[in-house]
Every structure is written in C-alpha cells, then in structure tokens.
Design a protein around this ligand. Structure first.
Ligand code: PMP
Length: 299
C-alpha cells in the first residue's frame, strides 16, 4: 500500500511529516473548527452541508479560512484521490494558526488547514446488528447560550469528559443531559427515540449539534411517513421508548438496546431503526459530491 498523504497548509505530506507548531492556537487553546466527513463508494456524503457548517463555525468565531468553499471541496476530493480512497473518513481541521503564547487570536497570522483521509470503522460491525448499551453521565452539555452547539469547535473537552465516563462505565457511548436535565446528545452523536409511530430528537437549542446525519434521518423519516418531531424530552422518555438510536458521521445509525440498565423495547434493534438505517445506506452513496469521474470509476 502506498504511503498515506495528509494535506497540510497547501502541501501533501506523509503522516510522519504532518506536524503542527506547538505555538498553534489550535493546540494551545482548542482555538479552531473542524468537520468529520465520510466518503461512501466515492461519494462524499453531503460534503456541501459539511462545508457550510465549517464556514459558519469559522465565521462565528471570526476565523477566516484561507480557501474558498469551492477550493476546500477540491482539497477534500484531492486528498481522497491521493490516498486512493473510495470509502473513508475525512477530518478537516482549521485552527487559528501560529501565534504567541497569549490567548489573543489576533497574534495568529494565518490559520492552519489540515485534511486527513483514512479508513475508519467506529463501532465493530457486530454492534450494528446487536445494538449498544449506553449510560447517562454526570457531565452536562455546555450551555447553548454560552457556547453555541452550532459552532463545531476544536474545544471538545466537554465531550471528552463524557467519553471518559463512558469508558469507566464500560460502554461505548454515553448520554449527555443539558444544564436543565433534558436529553441533549451523545459525546459525538445525536439521539433519536421512537414511541409508537412518533420519532423524536432534541432541538438544537437544548444543546445538541445539528448533525448532518441527524438532518438526513429527519428528512428520511418524514419522507417515509413517520411522525417526526424535534422535541424536548427527559431520560424517562428514553427509558420507556420502543426504540432508541444514535446518529453521527462516524457512528452512522446505531441502535441503543440498553440505557442506564433499562432494556429498550425487546433488547434488539427495532424495526424503525433498521428501516431508517437501510434508507440511510441507500442515501449515502447517492447524495453528495463524487470523488472520481465516471471514466476513473470504470477503470
Ligand atoms: N454531536 C456532536 C457533539 C458531534 O461531535 C457529532 C459529530 N460531528 C454529532 C453530534 C453528529 O453530527 P454529524 O452527523 O454531523 O456527524
């Protein structure tokens, strides 16, 4: 296999040489934004939506990305091509760049831009068949009026604390509540619950990131005639749901079969979850930006 190439500030470098200064404010302060994107059989799923979120996040923190959206799209495609990847996970990072040791972002001259593309399977395949167990953790979601969940920033300490608690509890993912005790999301995924023919997911203002996968599932659910609603709910509603599932670029759509020791439904992935997962798998190879032109595909 040829060597992995990473886009770093305008150049493609090996993994070994993909290094960033210790003075980069992304490293010093988590000052920057990022995206996690997936390519499915040469189709970068909803790349445009990911880039809109990236540029909106950057604008919100007054960070000017030194490429246009179109150029960035090209960089993502080129990174996949250079690594001969049709199926891959793409990590796009834009940090404030190199400055002095103080907080002041105005000392940073130019943002650092990184695109990494590699193969990734978050959860073992088997877990998509069996579903996963989660627990509610003590760490709460950042208040959305303090740091907007719409800004996908490099500051993921809140989520990392959740991941630590999940790890200590011996489960692969955990449920985070907001400051008022309402269900927000997982450490890196959104939550959906199903009760009867109603499907609910928390609205963004509760503290959830408005995930690209979440939005795709909302659309699919509506198209399929389910009663889909963004609504505020509590842990009780999760405990008594017929089905629970998580969505995210890395996690895709994964069933939750146990929450805080309560078995969800009959303890196996439910019919609605499987139905939406199937539609999602059809969508991800169609809806997005193609990495290889058809001539290449034929070859
Ligand atoms: N919530 C958080 C906190 C996340 O980091 C992610 C992953 N980006 C998600 C939800 C899911 O969002 P998406 O479907 O856009 O990957």
């Amino acid at each position: 296999m040829s060597e992995q190439l990473i886009f770093l500030d305008g150049e493609y470098v090996s993994k070994e040489n993909a290094k960033i200064s210790v003075y980069d404010h992304g490293f010093l302060y988590g000052d920057g934004v990022f995206e996690g994107i997936r390519s499915y059989n040469g189709n970068v799923f909803r790349l445009e939506e990911h880039l809109v979120r990236l540029y909106d996040s950057a604008k919100s923190i007054l960070l000017e990305i030194p490429y246009t959206k179109e150029e960035m799209q090209q960089i993502v495609i080129e990174t996949l091509q250079k690594n001969n990847l049709k199926d891959g996970y793409i990590r796009l990072v834009v940090s404030r760049g190199v400055g002095n040791l103080g907080l002041d972002p105005f000392t940073c001259k130019r943002p650092s831009v990184i695109v990494i593309a590699e193969s990734l399977a978050l959860f073992p395949k088997k877990l998509y068949e069996t579903g996963i167990e989660i627990v509610t953790v003590a760490s709460r979601r950042n208040r959305s009026d303090v740091l907007s969940p719409k800004v996908k920033s490099l500051n993921y300490l809140n989520n990392i604390l959740v991941k630590i608690e999940a790890g200590l509890a011996g489960v692969p993912e955990a449920l985070m509540l907001n400051d008022q005790g309402y269900v927000a999301e997982g450490s890196a995924d959104n939550i959906f619950i199903v009760r009867g023919n109603k499907i609910l997911t928390p609205p963004g203002y509760v503290g959830a990131l408005e995930g690209i996968t979440r939005n795709a599932i909302i659309e699919l659910a509506k198209d399929k005639g389910y009663e889909m609603e963004e609504a505020v709910f509590t842990r009780h509603d999760v405990y008594v749901a017929d089905e629970v599932f998580l969505t995210g670029t890395a996690a895709e759509v994964i069933a939750v079969v146990k929450v805080d020791g309560r078995v969800v439904g009959d303890g196996t992935p439910g019919q609605v979850t499987n139905d939406l997962l199937e539609s999602f798998r059809e969508l991800v190879i169609k809806d997005g930006v193609k990495v290889y032109n058809s001539a290449l595909n034929a070859g």
